[in-house]
Write a protein that binds this ligand. Structure first.
Ligand SMILES: [Zn+2]
Ligand SMILES: [Zn+2]
Length: 105
């Protein structure tokens, strides 16, 4: 099964290179050949904060904390008052109301 975030391997690598090139250049003086180990290191560095409940991983700890508090195993808490849709974030609900019901809350 393919990841929804990374449709294919080439995109993963280009994404990694794009966001980590600065770090890599600094941490590896003179440079080393790109290999699978480096790939693993970068992946671990990128998604170092893993939810123990569902396995989702995040680059930043605060995103993991938000996931645990708001998302993981939780039902969406914000209900649209015009239809039966529910949302995890108030901003998503407001956007929905605006787009679907043409209402600004
Ligand atoms: Zn989780
Ligand atoms: Zn609605």
């Amino acid at each position: 099964m393919q990841s929804a975030i990374f449709p294919n391997g080439d995109e993963v690598m280009s994404f990694l290179l794009r966001i980590t090139s600065v770090t890599v250049c600094r941490s590896v003086p003179g440079g080393v050949p790109w290999n699978a180990d480096m790939d693993a290191v970068l992946r671990r560095a990128m998604f170092a904060h893993r939810c123990s409940a569902c396995g989702r991983s995040y680059k930043y700890k605060k995103n993991l904390q938000r996931h645990i508090q708001v998302e993981c195993g939780k039902e969406p808490q914000f209900a649209c008052m015009f239809c039966s849709s529910r949302f995890r974030y108030r901003t998503h609900m407001l956007r929905h109301a605006f787009c679907k019901h043409d209402i600004v809350l």
